[in-house]
Design a protein around this ligand. Structure first.
Ligand code: 4IP
Ligand code: ADP
Length: 472
């Protein structure tokens, strides 16, 4: 990539990046990709590359990036561009930088003053931020976006595939799903592969071919923890400080006195709190995240709690486009039919799995089942109904409760848009009638005026004078 290309890439992505950065919910930090931006202005974030400051190697070392960026840099395809950017001089206005770690890993030399250190730190952070943004931005160029889930779990691959960190549980499910009636609702599974010392599951990239995809991740089910999580919390509780902090950040009043003292909660407690403070436990699903076509991410699970709020969220997500809403609705209905037929579904407890809604401005729209990392088979001979409440031991997940609600809210959204359009049409018809009437009146008035003018001319006065006379 030459300097001009690199500058063009920057320009092309600046707008999207700005939209993303301005709207980003810092709580989730867009899955950690933009984990370092809060103290910088947008222009600083974007233009830090042009500051002419060459960072010290530690800060451009890939070890400082989200874990998958190191692997991205070694990849080909869209991410290969990223690698080239890392290795090339970015633009004539930018200083060159490269990834080699030839320089010392020391950030600060012995004799530096605190002020110098602070300045250097700030500049280095700008660089790191820039590289992080470029990574994200190039990912956007390739359409790939990870909306939810674990940081560093994914990496890009060639030929419309994504690689997800290998999980035996998930691999076994995907294998079974490839020969199940649900097959057409699951990304194609191509087996596993080793890259950079890690095993990955090879999956069809569901965003491939979409232009500026709009995505929604809906986590299905009335609970997102496995039964064993509850058992473990009761028998061998392990306190999680990270989950305590996440909980406290979302709602400072949520942790109990004891939890505040311990500065920790069990995983089950956190997950259960998340389920109860979102629509999961009541509606059987929750909107985990939405990404709009300009890159804006919404991840506030408390904003879509009720049926009305979820319907509103669906209208917002689809920008009230009837064809898209209808496509989603019929896809959900088809999914419902396949679930009824599926031996896999009958015999698996589906926990923490999502429906990924994707569409783009060309009105391509689809829904996919993803994330089977916590989907486990029930004991042989047992079958799940998926539409009844959960009680410890019954293994029910409430998946179909969520599906029925989602489908009903989509139906309501469709009705709302359709009736709004009908009203608009009626108003347009009324407007047209009114306009026609007005035109008739105007033309009649014109005729009257002409007649008056004739009379006035006969009288030897102008119509203006005539009006004045009338006024008098
Ligand atoms: O979404 P937030 O509120 O951040 O909480 C996450 C999700 O619940 C993850 O579930 P999912 O993968 O279904 O999204 C879960 O991973 P598990 O799949 O391991 O349960 C994480 O547990 P830990 O990975 O243990 O942190 C938990 O921290
Ligand atoms: N096959 C895929 N194609 C495109 N995007 C995907 C695919 N699988 C996952 N994603 C993206 O990654 C996110 C997290 O996926 P998920 O499987 O739930 O990960 P985790 O197991 O880490 O929770 C999803 O919300 C979606 O944005």
């Amino acid at each position: 990539m030459n300097n001009t290309d690199a500058t063009r890439v920057l320009e092309e992505n600046k707008k999207i990046i700005e939209g993303q950065l301005e709207n980003i919910d810092h709580d989730d930090g867009i899955i950690g990709l933009l984990n370092d931006v809060e103290h910088l202005s947008v222009s600083d974030r974007i233009l830090s590359v042009c500051s002419g400051v060459k960072p010290k190697s530690k800060w451009i070392s890939t070890q400082d990036f989200p874990s998958n960026s190191q692997e991205l840099a070694a990849d080909t395809g869209p991410s290969g561009t990223y690698r080239m950017l890392l290795q090339s001089s970015v633009s004539s206005t930018c200083s060159s930088f490269n990834c080699s770690s030839a320089e010392s890993d020391e950030v600060f030399s012995e004799g530096e003053t605190t002020a110098n250190r602070r300045n250097t730190m700030k500049r280095c952070r700008s660089w790191r931020t820039f590289l992080t943004i470029m990574q994200w931005s190039l990912q956007r160029q390739s359409s790939w976006v990870q909306l939810a889930g674990h940081q560093g779990n994914f990496r890009l691959s060639e030929g419309g595939e994504v690689l997800k960190r290998f999980s035996e549980v998930e691999a076994v499910c995907l294998q079974a799903l490839m020969v199940d009636p649900l097959r057409s609702f699951v990304p194609q599974y191509y087996g596993s592969v080793n890259r950079g010392g890690h095993s990955y599951i090879r999956l069809e990239d569901l965003l491939s071919g979409l232009k500026n995809p709009v995505i929604m991740d809906c986590k299905m089910g009335v609970r997102t923890y496995q039964e064993e999580e509850l058992t473990r919390a009761q028998t061998k509780p392990t306190l999680r400080a990270d989950m305590y902090l996440k909980m406290k950040k979302a709602d400072p009043t949520a942790p109990t006195k004891e939890e505040n003292e311990q500065q920790g909660v069990t995983k089950w407690r956190y997950m259960q709190w998340r389920d109860c403070n979102s629509s999961s436990s009541t509606l059987g699903f929750r909107i985990e995240g939405v990404m709009m076509d300009n890159g804006t991410v919404h991840r506030d699970f408390k904003k879509a709690l009720t049926a009305v709020q979820v319907t509103e969220a669906l209208l917002c997500f689809t920008k009230s486009q009837l064809p898209i809403l209808k496509s989603y609705h019929s896809r959900l209905q088809a999914l419902g039919e396949s679930l009824k037929e599926s031996p896999f579904f009958k015999t698996h407890e589906v926990i923490g799995s999502s429906l990924l809604f994707v569409h783009d401005r060309t009105s391509k729209a689809s829904i996919w089942m993803i994330d089977f990392g916590k989907t486990i088979p029930v004991p042989s001979g047992m079958e799940l109904r998926h539409n009844v409440p959960w009680a410890l031991g019954n293994r029910e997940d409430g998946y179909l409760i969520g599906l029925a609600n989602l489908s009903s809210f989509l139906g309501q959204a469709i009705d709302q848009v359709a009736s709004r359009q009908e009203k608009n049409n009626e108003m347009e018809t009324t407007d047209t009638n009114v306009q026609q009437d007005e035109r008739k009146i105007e033309s009649q008035a014109g005729l009257d005026e002409q007649a008056e003018a004739t009379v006035n001319v006969t009288r030897g006065t102008s119509s203006k004078q005539y009006s004045q006379e009338c006024a008098l």
